[in-house]
Write a protein that binds this ligand. Sequence first.
Ligand SMILES: [Zn+2]
Length: 282
Amino acid sequence: MHRPNVAALVRRDRDGVLYTTSAQLEREDLAAGFATRVGGVSGGCWQGLNFSFSSGDDEQCVRENYARFCRALGAPQQGLIRAWQVHSDNIVVVTDRAQCLGPSPQTPPDRADILMTNLPGVALTTFYADCVPVLLFDPVHRAVANVHAGWRGASIRNARTAVAKMSELYRTDPADLLAAVGPAVCAGCYEVGEEVCEAFEETFEPGERELIFSHVDGRPHVDLKLANVLTLLAAGLCEQNIAASTDCTAHMSQLYFSHRRMGERRGNQIALICLREEGEAK
Ligand SMILES: [Zn+2]
């Protein structure tokens, strides 16, 4: 099996808000991107663009961070929706804008790690601080998904579950899908234990495992971004339609919050994708 050759993400700065995205997802009819810490108003261990209401940060700061990021991406704040992330392949399908809570400290009702919709104006969000966010866009049937895929999600191949559900609901052909795999912990920074190795042994082919696992001083490391890229390919996506971040949330401390590096005293990054209303100017 060959190592997939996918494009890197591009970095953008809008009024001081720094984010990354796939060049293929930079379109008039879409808002899509992955935040960095740069451009927010939070202080202390949440310094910068923190999107977590539940880690002790000041609520007004988090609200301002949402306002700045949504303005930078051209996404409607009132359309924001998130799930209670539980490292699963549970799916929330957004069929009514009334499901959207906006930027709210309220606990979301659904425990899920995959969100999808074909409604314009709904801004699907996932949160991470080393885990992998995956954005999916079907330009033919105009539908989007946002997947939270850390080691558990990646090992159960939840990005493939998302693709299959889009095919079922929106008649998506995986070959049409455009995907962006966001910033996450790199293989060098991600030493793992037996539990993680065993989980991937159950679901990944030997050729795939050869690519995603490496050993440093005899200890296993895993490349979670590559694991998600391989899952997207296995789901039928084309290599040229996938872009992946080369950034590491753990060792690029000026740009990212990291669970590995910072533990619980930290903020969260956000990944967002939203179909724009027709005729809506960015
Ligand atoms: Zn790293």
